[in-house]
Design a binder for this molecule. Structure first.
Ligand SMILES: [Mg+2]
Length: 305
């Protein structure tokens, strides 16, 4: 089974009433309306051996990363976290000491972002450790930024630097870009946004598809992390930046003029880079320094079973 195909199928089933669920499956968070308030909700799972190596990285980092990934989806909507619940499956024999370390890792980020864990479920089994975190968010005065709002002519921008996160501890220590997303969305008219979890090329492709447009990416403008440039003979640094994933940076679009103001102001601690332009044709291209274009494949992390 191909993960993306199955998600497409789920999204096509249309079980939601748009009056109650203005944003259903297919964005970083869903939006549900309850008592006149718009609530954002997202869920994310972390599996030992797939997204994480418990034996190497430790239980505290396991709890932290599970929480951080869920909060990154709240950031992608420019929302504020409200509360979280978790389902945790632990292998038989998992120690109390490690379970408390896992709690500490999760709790530290929850405290930092004022997002308490308000419930959950715990089970033990013969399989590997798994954590599923569901996080709720609120809009708090800023209109949520969806994947689907990109317009032809928009500048495509990213925060931070990309690639090599798996080769370092960046995929364990990243701080969800909630403050950055709020700062950007309060000062600039962001048209579309997604967090880069599976790789720039794949997540840009998701944004393009949701918006019904395409993208030209300027190769020399992609901010390649120094950690993408070391240790691998088989992967070029640019390819790593496009396809590694686990960066948890923000990828967003806004008008050309707004992007000019943003790049001049650079209001965040992390640098913002303009990496390309939204185009009408529903295709992605990588443009080199000489203006030559080649198709940009949505490479990146995809689960396949
Ligand atoms: Mg996401």
């Amino acid at each position: 089974m191909h993960e993306l195909d199955f998600i497409d199928w789920i999204c096509s089933q249309r079980e939601c009433d748009p009056a109650v669920v203005p944003v259903g499956p297919g964005d970083d968070c869903a939006m549900v309306v309850a008592g006149g308030e718009r609530l954002l909700v997202s869920t994310d799972q972390l599996l030992d051996g797939v997204h994480f190596h418990l034996r190497n990285d430790g239980a505290e980092a396991f709890g932290r990363k599970a929480m951080a990934r869920a909060l990154s989806d709240i950031a992608a909507m420019a929302a504020v976290p409200l509360a979280a619940v978790a389902c945790v499956s632990l292998p038989k024999g998992f120690s109390r000491q490690d379970a408390e370390a896992m709690y500490r890792g999760r709790r530290a980020l929850g405290d930092r972002f004022n997002c308490p864990m308000v419930g959950g479920d715990l089970a033990t089994w013969d399989g590997p450790a798994a954590i599923s975190v569901t996080v709720f968010g609120r809009t708090d005065g800023i209109e949520p930024v969806l994947r689907s709002g990109a317009k032809v002519g928009d500048a495509i921008c990213v925060t931070g630097q990309l690639g090599g996160a798996w080769l370092s501890d960046r995929h364990l220590t990243f701080v969800p870009r909630i403050a950055e997303a709020r700062a950007l969305a309060s000062r600039f008219d962001l048209h579309a946004m997604i967090d880069i979890s599976d790789g720039l090329a794949l997540d840009l492709w998701r944004l393009c598809r949701a918006s019904g447009i395409g993208a030209d990416v300027e190769a020399r403008q992609v901010p390649v992390h120094s950690q993408a440039e070391t240790g691998r003979k088989d992967v070029l640094p640019l390819e790593a930046a496009l396809g590694d994933g686990e960066d948890y940076e923000l990828l967003f679009t806004l008008s050309h003029d707004q992007a000019g103001h943003l790049l001049a102001a650079q209001p965040l601690e992390a640098p913002v880079s303009r990496i390309g332009t939204i185009i009408e044709a529903r295709a992605m291209s990588l443009v080199d320094a000489k203006g030559h274009r080649k198709p940009l494949q949505p490479t990146g992390w995809q689960h396949q079973t």
